[in-house]
Design a protein around this ligand. Structure first.
Ligand SMILES: [Fe+2]
Ligand SMILES: [Fe+2]
Length: 329
């Protein structure tokens, strides 16, 4: 590296969604795009990698994919710090307006609220990837990761999440604070209303962002903790950095999976890649690095969306023997 000795780098990716041909569905293009990105980041003299969730295609029902993603990340020459995404541990809970089950306003058979995260799945994820939330100091930068979709679940994990969040402003300060979450904290602004998942034109906003009042509580904490950079993925669509309350909010491009909602914003970026963050005396410079393989879809089989376990046909797996869905979710 041609950088002065005191300069150093860290990396960020999200939504690599590694899947398997042994599943009821597979999109080999996603694995191929991620494989190229992983090879690129492995060649960088970085101190660490932050992974912002959705490591897997269907890890919420396939423990096999946790194992596969863990082994994959372990081939990198630096440590990785991981938070879960909804495809790894299940969706944020839908309790708004009393709607808990079988709500499908788009008529796509994508029963998202049926695939709510569970305590067992969160614990299983931790067995492979460590704590669901973490904060540590490295070279005068504080790094914090959390899965904000825990808010509102009522699971014991939610209390642990808030406990860690409430501690953040009181932890030893650092020159910079970088945080990573999976969902977007909000679509456009922290004060936007609660989105109603029962309304077709608000469903996507509900699905991709954090609900009030959790959103505002979390945002106040991030401000009090002097977070300077906040990464979020989940939508698979990059947008220009937005500065809100002195926080640089990066809604990031995906590391393999296809963009969503991109028609909403002229500057939306659905290319695949990762973020290189160079730390100098002047600050942290975040650059999007284009993945070397931007291949189109090919060889895809199985349904899209979020089919329930009962609706899945593992007989169509191209690689045998097919994996089985985990029974005790
Ligand atoms: Fe994703
Ligand atoms: Fe996601």
């Amino acid at each position: 590296m041609n950088y002065p000795e005191h300069n150093w780098s860290f990396l960020h990716v999200n939504d690599s969604h590694m899947g398997t041909a042994r599943s009821y569905r597979f999109r080999p293009a996603i694995n191929k795009r991620w494989a190229a990105i992983k090879q690129q980041i492995a060649g960088i003299d970085a101190d660490l990698l932050l992974h912002g969730g959705d490591l897997t295609r269907d890890g919420d029902t396939h423990e096999f994919e946790y194992q596969q993603a863990r082994e994959d990340l372990d081939t990198l020459p630096f440590p990785t710090f991981v938070i879960p995404g909804n495809m790894d541990v299940g969706n944020k809970h839908a309790s708004q307006n009393g709607v808990k089950n079988r709500w499908d306003p788009k008529g796509l058979g994508w029963h998202d609220p049926d695939l709510n995260m569970t305590a067992k799945r969160l614990d299983l994820f931790s067995n492979y990837f460590g704590p669901l939330q973490w904060s540590f100091l490295h070279r005068d930068v504080r790094f914090t990761g959390f899965y904000a979709a825990l808010a509102g679940t009522g699971l014991p994990h939610e209390q642990r999440f808030w406990n860690m969040m409430e501690r953040l402003p009181h932890l030893p300060p650092a020159k910079h604070h970088v945080a990573v979450m999976h969902y977007w904290p909000f679509m456009e602004h922290p004060d936007e209303p609660a989105w109603d998942l029962t309304k077709g034109d608000e469903y996507d906003n509900w699905y991709f962002s954090i609900d009030p009042p959790h959103r505002q509580r979390m945002w106040e904490i991030l401000k009090a903790a002097n977070v300077e950079i906040l990464f979020c993925g989940h939508v698979h669509t990059g947008r220009p950095v937005q500065i809100v309350d002195n926080i640089r909010l990066y809604r990031t491009q995906p590391a393999g999976n296809t963009g969503q909602l991109s028609e909403r914003w002229p500057e939306a970026d659905t290319r695949f890649g990762f973020h290189r963050c160079d730390v100098t005396n002047e600050g942290i410079d975040v650059k999007f690095i284009l993945g070397n393989d931007q291949c189109e879809e090919f060889g895809t089989f199985g349904p899209l969306g979020h089919p329930s376990v009962e609706e899945r046909d593992y007989n169509i797996a191209e690689e045998k023997p097919p994996i089985q869905p985990d029974i005790d979710l």
